[in-house]
Design a protein around this ligand. Structure first.
Ligand SMILES: Cc1cc2nc3c(=O)[nH]c(=O)nc-3n(C[C@H](O)[C@H](O)[C@H](O)COP(=O)(O)O)c2cc1C
Length: 172
């Protein structure tokens, strides 16, 4: 085996899942950011964790309200999903400009993105600092989805999106 740089290793470990995480800012304004660092971390209770850079606008909102919703966007939401991962809600109304629609969630104040393949509503039960990110651990308090869509997005180390079936999805 060859010795690699961390970045070369990360490239070989691709693709990563791509999720959209909604939150509310301190004024109650909704926002969404793209997150690859997301995973289940317990079966019972059902826990998810997301790792959010301290500098993200979403970080302050999740820290303030202690709620977030993790979505796996459907393939047709690729362009909007890319937008949410490349612009900050600090400057713009990202949801509106991305053309996403929000619906009320079932068990949290943070809204859900309509039409996502699956959405996990989470209440923060713990958080800890990991270098330049905070890991927020959320208990999943409601789950909704679109079983007929059964497809979501993966991202390569070159930031290209792929669908579950392996075809490249235009994003930018
Ligand atoms: C493919 C991809 C994966 C990303 N994964 C993460 C992540 O896991 N954690 C994170 O904090 N930011 C991640 N980002 C960056 C944020 O989505 C991006 O900085 C966004 O503009 C932050 O929005 P906000 O400032 O409105 O919160 C990712 C972006 C892309 C395109």
């Amino acid at each position: 085996m060859q010795t690699l740089t961390p970045n070369q290793g990360v490239a070989l470990a691709a693709p990563m899942i791509y999720s959209l995480v909604t939150s509310l800012d301190a004024n109650g304004r909704p926002n969404a950011l793209g997150v690859s660092w997301v995973t289940r971390t317990s079966l019972d209770p059902f826990l998810l964790m997301v790792s959010i850079d301290h500098s993200r606008y979403s970080h302050a909102g999740i820290d303030f309200h202690k709620e977030f919703v993790v979505h796996y966007p459907s393939a047709e939401q690729a362009e909007a999903a890319w937008f949410c991962g490349s612009r900050s809600g600090r400057d713009i109304d990202k949801i509106k400009e991305a053309g996403l629609s929000l619906i009320d969630s079932v068990a949290v104040q943070v809204p859900t993105i309509e039409g996502a393949t699956v959405a996990f509503e989470c209440k923060v039960i713990g958080q800890f600092e990991t270098g330049d990110h905070t890991v927020f651990v959320g208990e999943v308090v409601a789950t909704r989805g679109e079983p007929q869509k059964a497809g979501h997005l993966y991202v390569t180390s070159n930031y290209e999106f792929f669908s579950l079936e392996g075809s490249r999805v235009p994003s930018r």
